[in-house]
Design a protein around this ligand. Structure first.
Ligand SMILES: Nc1ncnc2c1ncn2[C@@H]1O[C@H](COP(=O)(O)OP(=O)(O)OP(=O)(O)O)[C@@H](O)[C@H]1O
Ligand SMILES: [Mg+2]
Length: 244
């Protein structure tokens, strides 16, 4: 049985079919990549999976349980956590306070225990030097890692990453990819990641899905999907920043 299964999800906005009939699955400890042009429906899919809004039709199962339309915080308690394409930490708090709040939201009641756990996470993601800085003032690369650390604070089993590398220069990307691989290796975290940077997609993905205009156009082994003529035509022919 797959850890997360999506069956025939559809979602429209004012008559525009953002998702038409999307089905996919991810297995325990797998890293699944999602690619597709701007507007293909990738973020909408994450929104439908993680409770930002309910799909018009279709089902989402986590660990065999129907979680369609469940609220974000309940899904997070079950281990399904996401990051955002546009980050939204509490900007007036320090990085340390942001992570502490996330740890507390996971049910760690003791203030001192929450602070201790937050600091461990911050060390793990290499953000010690930034811990006391106000979040809104942080450089993009640090905010991206804050977003990832915040997600980790929720002890995810499945982590959905929406363009975590966007806005990072090539030298900043490697450490983020290393961290993702480490989390899978050491803690068995399962990932679904949306990404435009093909070198990262190649490096991380066990399997790849290509979306186009609200549908899954191709899925399978990475090199297979990238060699699919429809994929080349729809997506890879366009210029993307590919230096990692
Ligand atoms: N909340 C919303 N209200 C109205 N339309 C929306 C909403 N969210 C998404 N859409 C529309 O749904 C379609 C898919 O958008 P989505 O953001 O899912 O694409 P994407 O694949 O994530 O693109 P990108 O690569 O640019 O992030 C687009 O036409 C978009 O304008
Ligand atoms: Mg998007």
């Amino acid at each position: 049985m797959s850890l997360l299964t999506i069956d025939s999800i559809a979602k429209s906005f004012h008559g525009i079919h953002a998702l038409k009939d999307v089905s996919m699955h991810v297995d325990e400890s797998e890293i699944l990549g999602i690619i597709g042009a701007n507007g293909a429906g990738k973020t909408t899919l994450f929104n439908c999976i993680t409770g930002a809004f309910a799909p018009d039709s279709g089902r989402v199962h986590l660990d065999g349980k129907d979680v369609t339309g469940a609220k974000t915080h309940r899904l997070a308690k079950s281990g399904l956590v996401r990051t955002f394409q546009l980050m939204r930490p509490f900007g007036t708090m320090t990085l340390f306070e942001n992570i502490t709040v996330a740890v507390q939201s996971r049910g760690v009641r003791s203030e001192s225990r929450a602070r201790e756990k937050a600091m461990q996470l911050i060390v793990r993601t290499g953000l010690e030097d930034w811990a006391e800085k106000i979040s809104a003032s942080l450089p993009t690369a640090v905010q991206k890692r804050l977003e990832l650390t915040r997600a980790l604070a929720l002890s995810p089993r499945v982590l959905l990453l929406d363009e975590v590398l966007a806005g990072l220069v090539p030298t900043e990307r490697g450490p983020v990819l290393d961290l993702i691989e480490e989390l899978r290796r050491e803690e068995g975290v399962t990932f679904i990641f949306i990404e435009h940077i093909m070198a990262a997609v190649r490096r991380l993905s066990d399997r790849l899905i290509m979306m186009d205009q609200g549908s899954v156009l191709a899925q399978g082994a990475v090199e297979e999907v990238m060699a699919d003529p429809r994929v080349i035509q729809a997506y890879l022919g366009k210029e993307y920043d590919d230096a990692t």
